[in-house]
Write a new protein. Sequence first.
Length: 260
Amino acid sequence: RSSCVHRTTSDKGGWEPFTFFFSMADSGDGSPLGIRVVCVSDTHGGHRKLGALPAGDVLIHAGDFTHFGKRHQAEDLNAWLGEQSGFQHRLVVNGNHECNAEWKDETRSILSNARFLCDELVELEVTPRQWSGASADGERAGEGGGGAAAPKLLRVWGTQFYWPVTLGLENEAFVAIAPRVDVVVAHGPAHGFVDGEHPHGCPSLARQVRLRRPRLLVCGHIHHASGVHDPGDGSTIYCNAANCGSGSYAIANSARVVDI
């Protein structure tokens, strides 16, 4: 059974659709949920420079929403999230710029307009809308005329930020990821997937994702590896949603959009 990933690229300025297939997975029978996920990451205080986001059901920010932990940027991110009223749910995890910020114990209260996840599971009721697909000129995809589908349960696990674990060791926080999750959100990528020509991702995360087989892993951190990877074998789709460009803290990439 198939679903479709749509992504925007800064160089072409448009949407590039392609199709992937689901196989039997821990999260269910593998049939598409019909939920559209809009993914951003590594905005480093530049979230307002993204412009109007593509429409979707769920908005995910995969961390590094500040530049070196500046509190006013976290507070403005919260205000911006409150303006994204078209999404049924808004989710955020820490990046390395937030995990040791002076206000790290207040993150959940600062981000009052989103669900902040830190090594935890959230189960969301999502009513998928009948999306008409992405337009060729890169404008926001709209809703079709078929009305809303029945509510679906979306299981999302969001992690704290961790540096990669090597030497065959496991990160117990990744071992603790719940079974039958649909989406995993981790700031750092899994080793070998959207983590650069010379892989910078975490081998432990890669192993745990292979075991759990979520529909989607959303990450960031490695700016130059921003993009979407479909292994083509019915397994997990990997989305590095980093918005800042390679070697900079300037917004260079558009939001990534994934249908699951």
